[in-house]
Design a protein around this ligand. Structure first.
Ligand code: ACO
Length: 320
């Protein structure tokens, strides 16, 4: 049986770091309000002209280097993004070209917003397990700052830009142990960006809309349930998990979910303070942070979990 394993991780944040205090100069908010409700202190914002593919390429290069894999060996590229460079082609095709990969490998985007990286990782795993690919680049990359109404204090303080990537390779040893992905389109109305390009114009609002309290309640319940489900499927308990790499939307969602799952706080990688919510990039950014600072070690059992617009959510158990 062919398994898949993470061979290397990488990430990239745009240079410009915007603190809560800086935001409070232009929006009616405060560091105290933002930090106490979300755990966010700062976020990174892409420069004008810097696209999701640019962030993705930087993260991918770091992951390739960590994995000791040449770009030319990659035979599948999946980019999870809700902020693609263009309506089409897929950002993954643009990334392929920018990385100088000329082997005509499959390249496509996955759109599951904040759950996108998990959907992409599971898809790459299936490609590898079926023998259709041997070394995949799986990337989450977002410029969410461009979906925000910077006059709307209820949303603009929450998000940031960035990218994270892994090289997933065929292996004799199991890497992805269990995965559960779910979606429920009946909840699209509580978190969305309705605008689309149509007939030469943007049709409907181009800005992110969120019912924060409804999202909070849904997220904690769904993540707790799916976390339990995936542990049951793998026949393990919270004690067997070495590290949790959650989607970084909000510190209070992360803490409440961990409490439901019986996971002790020191096992959780938290980057939301410095990154804000980077949507599909948040889990691979946090994963790379944990790997590079030594908290995540080879052989560790990891729980990845996240949720976002759709609603779409999931939980994955990995042996790193
Ligand atoms: N600064 C100051 N005041 C603010 C701000 C702000 N940035 N934003 C909202 N307020 C005000 C509101 O206007 C409101 O004032 P009012 O009573 O005078 O009308 C007051 O604060 C309370 O607003 P609520 O929306 O009720 O605030 P709440 O305590 O629910 O916190 C928050 C809002 C932080 C968004 C919370 O609902 C939450 O964490 N929700 C989860 C949302 C989330 O994490 N989304 C991420 C995207 S989805 C995902 O990735 C899972």
């Amino acid at each position: 049986m062919i398994h898949s394993r993470i061979l290397g991780t990488g990430s990239y944040l745009p240079t410009r770091r915007v603190t809560n205090d800086e935001l409070a100069q232009t929006v009616d908010t405060s560091d105290e309000w933002i930090y106490s409700r979300t755990g966010i202190k700062a976020r990174h914002i892409a420069a004008a002209g810097e696209q999701s593919s640019d962030l993705a390429v930087q993260a991918a290069r770091a992951a390739l280097e960590a994995a000791h894999v040449a770009a030319s060996e990659i035979d599948l590229i999946i980019v999870a993004t809700a902020t693609p460079d263009m309506t089409f082609p897929a950002t993954a095709c643009i990334v392929q070209n920018k990385l100088g990969i000329t082997n005509q490998c499959a390249a496509f985007d996955v759109q599951a917003v904040c759950a996108g990286f998990m959907y992409a990782l599971v898809t790459a795993h299936q490609y590898i397990q079926s023998g259709m690919a041997t070394k995949a680049l799986v990337i989450g990359a977002e410029v969410f700052s461009r979906l925000l109404d910077w006059n709307d204090r209820r949303t603009c303080v929450l998000f940031g830009d960035g990218a994270g990537a892994v090289v997933l390779g065929a292996s004799d040893e199991p890497g992805l142990l269990q995965a559960k992905l779910r979606a429920d389109g009946a909840f699209a109305h509580i978190l969305n960006t309705p605008g689309k390009v149509a007939c030469g114009a943007v049709d409907a609002s181009p800005f992110l809309y969120m019912d924060g309290q409804a999202v909070f309640k849904f997220a904690v319940k769904a993540l707790a349930e799916i976390g339990h489900e995936v542990m049951q499927l793998a026949d393990i308990t919270a004690d067997d998990i070495d590290c949790v790499v959650p989607h970084q939307a909000n510190r209070r969602i992360i803490d409440a979910t961990a409490k439901h799952l019986g996971i002790s706080p020191e096992k959780i990688i938290i980057t939301v303070a410095e990154h804000g919510n980077t949507s599909a990039a948040s889990i691979p950014l946090a994963l790379d942070t944990g790997v590079r600072d030594g908290r995540i070690k080879r052989g560790d059992t990891l729980l990845l979990e996240g949720i976002g617009g759709g609603f779409a959510w999931g939980a994955l158990l990995l042996r790193y």
